[in-house]
Design a protein around this ligand. Sequence first.
Ligand SMILES: C[S@@+](CC[C@H](N)C(=O)[O-])C[C@H]1O[C@@H](n2cnc3c(N)ncnc32)[C@H](O)[C@@H]1O
Length: 160
Amino acid sequence: MTDDTMDATAELIARLDAAETEAGAVRLRHHSYELLHLSPGASLVDVGCGTGRAVAELHQRGMAAFGVDPDELMITTARRRWPAADFRVASAESLPLPDQAVSGYRADKVLHELPDPAAALAEAHRVLTPAGRIVLVGQDWDALMIDSSHADLTRAILRT
Ligand SMILES: C[S@@+](CC[C@H](N)C(=O)[O-])C[C@H]1O[C@@H](n2cnc3c(N)ncnc32)[C@H](O)[C@@H]1O
C-alpha cells in the first residue's frame, strides 16, 4: 500500500466516522438490518464493510456476521476497533465464500463506486442461499439539499 493510498483511506475513515453516528445514519443502518429479516445465528456478509461498525452491531444482535473489504487499512482498523467480530480482506467481485454460504448480504455505500457492479451482484447471487436476502444502501447525490442562507457557499459545495 502506498503512502497516498493510506492517506486517502485515512481521510475516508475520518469522513465515515463523522457521519456514522448521525441520527439519520443510525436509523438508516438499523433499518437495513431489519430489511435483512434474519434470525439470530443466521450467517451474513457485509461487503465493503469499511471500519466494521455494521458487522459489530449485527454480531451483537446474534448474527454470524463477517465483513470484507479490499482495503487492508480498513480491515486492520476494523479488527482493532471490534476484536470480537470477523473481518477479511476481499472484494465484492471475489468473495471468500463457497456457493450458497450466507442468508444475508449487505453493502452500504459500495456498489455505486464499483467499476462493474453487475459482477458484484453475480457474486452476491452465487454466495446467497436461494431464500437469502440482499440489502444495498447508497445515497442519491443528485437529491442532495442544503438548507443554508449562504447561497454562494452552498452552490460551491453542491457542485464539488
Ligand atoms: C464509502 S465506504 C463505505 C464503508 C462502509 N460500508 C460504511 O458504510 O461505513 C466504501 C467502501 O467500499 C470499499 N470498496 C472499494 N472497492 C471495493 C470492492 N471492489 N469490493 C468491496 N468493497 C470495496 C472501500 O474500501 C470502502 O471501505
